[in-house]
Design a protein around this ligand. Structure first.
Ligand SMILES: [Zn+2]
Length: 120
């Protein structure tokens, strides 16, 4: 089972990938909780609050938008650093070599990649 096309299963890649997924889930939950609290405090529905947040982000200038999104995912920057270090040292690709190792469902991998690509 050494098909190069599917990368090399690597435990460290798998660990970093799992940390990415967990960090995204925690950060998203915190954002949701925060919006929920703000909604309660201001007497708005959580959905309304979420829409307001999304449209304020969407209407911000591009630089500011990236900064806002980055701020919502405080754990990602450290992990990116870790990813870059491992990838340059081992010559791996965390996404290619990690998801097989940890048996992550493909949809979950896509979601992580989608969020990461929106954070600059
Ligand atoms: Zn690796």
């Amino acid at each position: 089972m050494s098909d190069k096309g599917f990368g090399v299963p690597c435990d460290e890649c798998g660990t970093i990938l799992r940390e990415f997924r967990d960090a995204l889930q925690r950060d998203e939950k915190e954002l949701k909780d925060r919006l929920h609290q703000t909604a309660n405090a201001s007497g708005r529905a959580p959905d309304e609050m979420r829409l307001m947040w999304v449209s304020s982000v969407a209407n911000a200038p591009t630089d500011e938008m990236h900064a806002i999104i980055r701020a919502q995912y405080p754990r990602i920057a450290d992990l990116r650093q870790k990813q870059a270090e491992h990838e340059s040292r081992a010559g791996h690709s965390v996404f290619r070599d990690g998801w097989q190792t940890m048996n992550m469902p493909y949809e979950e991998l896509l979601k992580v990649m989608r969020v990461l690509s929106s954070i600059r």
